[in-house]
Design a protein around this ligand. Sequence first.
Ligand code: FMN
Length: 175
Amino acid sequence: MELFDAIYRRHSYRGAFRPGPVPEADLLKIAEAGVRAPSGCNKQTTHICVVNDPEKLRAVAELLPRPVVQTAQAILVIVTDSRPAYGDMSFKPQDYGAAVENMLLAVTALGYATVWLDGVLRHDGIAGKIADIIGLKDRKHFTVSVILPVGVPVEAGAQNTRLPLEERVTFNTMD
Ligand SMILES: Cc1cc2nc3c(=O)[nH]c(=O)nc-3n(C[C@H](O)[C@H](O)[C@H](O)COP(=O)(O)O)c2cc1C
């Protein structure tokens, strides 16, 4: 798929996925798209734990009982490192934002769907419980920040609406 097609077609998918595994080669390709994203000072603070073990998928689904998680054939768990990249500056949110967007586009380009689940992990200690499932040991520096459930969507979907381009993009001035 051409890059701009993927940009226009990418959307947050919250429905069910078709049964059947997502090939590991595709999961690796998606994760590599994340790894290829830029990061502040090239500190590469974003780690991707690809979960496709059925027991682990079930454990995550118990925490987030919604179709997109319950039927996910794989879940990419995005683990972020909060240690400073330069002086006292951490670029963690920027780093993982860039990595996640690359992965969203890769998911779309390969004909799968996903949704950036981030806010929902911040309730009821869910991020910590997912960290337990993947055996994350260093909780001082590393946090589960996002999960991306991946699969072949049952339903078609479309990107949410955007404000008119001229409200968000200007040339030379913000007047
Ligand atoms: C930082 C961030 C956090 C998000 N957290 C959630 C979330 O917790 N649950 C959810 O269903 N969608 C979440 N989303 C998806 C947004 O709701 C979605 O991108 C937005 O509504 C625009 O829709 P679109 O992705 O289809 O264009 C998140 C997106 C971003 C960028």
